[in-house]
Design a protein around this ligand. Sequence first.
Ligand code: NPG
Length: 371
Amino acid sequence: MPHATFEVFRLAMPLVRPFRTSKGEETVRDVLVARWTDADGSSGWAESAADAEPTYFPEYIDSVLLTVERVLLPRLAGERSLTVGRTRAAFADAPGNPLAKGLVETAVLDAQLRRADMSLVDFLGGARRPITVGVSVGIPDSIDTLVSWVAGYLSDGYRRVKLKIAPGWDLAPVRAVREAFGDDLPLQVDANQAYSPADVPLLRRLDDFGLLLLEQPFARHELLAHASLAAGHGTPVCLDESILSLDDAMTAIRLGAADVINIKPSRVGGYLTSRQIHDVCLANGVPVFCGGTLETAIGRAANLALATLPGFTLPGDISATSRYYAADIGASFELDDDGCLIAPTGPGCGVEVDEAAIEAFAVDRHTFPVG
Ligand code: NPG
């Protein structure tokens, strides 16, 4: 008899607006969510940042599914009353694969917390405070469209804007947004690895625009190039795709490659590692913000819980539901009058998952018995 079940649902969630970055365009979010169910029937949910192809991260949807089935779940066979700590210990001898590990670990954690009637906010040790959030604006077809999108987001109540940049779409859009909305708008840019170290003179010109940060200009392995850019003390340099683990974060900090770190829980293997990275950053005076990958309600709720920790001093890439989806798989998140979102404080991530909506969006599913 299996003592637990792990179900993975692949959802096709139509986006309200196409999301284009230097890596490509999405009009429908292709996303994995998963449910862990214990023998006693208690269950928990998790969401993966994996994409259909290895674009932003080395892992991708099919590789996550294979790793979960062949590598991770067999390591949990025979475990009773599974906790997140035991799950991590069981995975410790398998290197890498943070997205796959994060999916299982987070679902087990959510089940554990729901069983114990404890919220993720309280488990992580966060403060019950409103979270200032921002909006990440994809690359449109023209500057005019960009300015009208940003105007719309500001009237929706967002207090911080992140622009996606790419070679040929950098100085002009930033200048246009500064001219339209003024120097006081908290503004940052994200290159998603699109530049090479030879582009430093161009990137230096962004220093004139008073940006909060420049995110991941170079390829993820280019820590030394990021360090040398950061040493110029211009726009603060933020790392995202370079950070797949606690070790990566510690190395980046030691090298001076990151003035800021974007913590995406799924990318680093879940919420325990995210908290460790947060703690190391806080101890070293490196501000962090919570990254996003167009999450559904499940991932968004858990990310908001993480962002209640004190080192999250910069607004996160966690927007209201309506910025992403006309219909979601859990209750909608709405901005308050101060441009903030509130982390749910119900058990686990606090989202009551709408199973009918999961059924409606599912294009593929797998049920793995564990035992
Ligand atoms: O609000 O969730 C959001 C989007 C934030 O820009 C954002 N995410 O490069 O950080 C990124 C980007 C992303 C989206 C990365 C989807 C990977 C997948």
